[in-house]
Design a protein around this ligand. Sequence first.
Ligand code: ZN
Length: 357
Amino acid sequence: MINRFHFIRAVLIFGLVCSLPLAAQRRVYNLPDLEGRLTLKCDLHLHTVFSDGEVWPNVRVAEAWRDGLDAIAITDHIEYQPHKAYVPTDHNAAWKLTEAAARERNILLIQGAEITRKMPPGHFNALFISDATKLDQPDFLNVIEEAIKQGAFILWNHPGWKAQEPDGIPKLYEIHHQLLEKGWMHGIEFYNYDEYYPLVLEFCKTYKLAVMGNSDMHGLISEEYIKSPADHRPMTLVFARERSSESVREALFQGETLVWFGEQLAGREDLAHAFFMKSITVGKPFFEDAKNRFMEITNHSDIPWQLINGVAGAPAAITLPAHAITRVVIAKTFTGALEYDVKNILTGENTVLHGIL
Ligand code: ZN
């Protein structure tokens, strides 16, 4: 029989424990660093009430902290303030209001703004600027020139956004070629919010630009990217020498980035290959019988890898779940190298990473 006193006491204690304030927790990602480089998790395209976003700037810092990000840029539209009847126009407001909060939370805050035009040229983020008010000018090229004077990294946003390109395919117009010739375009968004543009990988290869992926969030991050507990906002992984804004800037100008979205990765083949190889350990065979050799492959990362197109004699496909060891059985008659295409690492419009384990 249940002792009534003990039962009531247990209920009271349970209630007390449940009512203790839970400290917010910062998420940890398992993504390998590259040789001599740190893998910094960045979202460099965000909005607040100072343009058409729905949140106060500090919320972006709090979200970034919870999401375990290293760097963010708040990039309110220069030309579009639908809330201006209630929120005054101040293109530097988000920066001024969050600079201290970001420092307190160990987030690298990069000053930015979104330059907003019809296609062509479309929308551009100017990152690492020092005064966004000077970007409030009618002539597009003058705006970019001013941003460049301030040392900006110029990012072409969502080039295949259907509101501007109904077929969803990014196109390089005359004005984009002009920017490229002047060295005034340094990166392109391959991934934006919930869509991506495979052709961007080819543009980035041809013109040696950084491949970028950002949330372009207007509302709350916590209301998006919630398909599973492992879901996360799209991010640009920046391979920086150290964890500083200056290093992020240097790496961006060198195109040292990959984009992580859902369970996929995209970007430059050399970086993708290095990242993939750093994320796994291929063990030596630990046992063999008359027919087969048995070995283990460990995936230390948060990204499950899908290996396909195995050569004859080796397993045709291997899935390496995140944070898990996968047992691989190979016929003793097979003596070649284990070569695979990694289905979820995109390196071009129609290509995926090919790797030898
Ligand atoms: Zn935007």
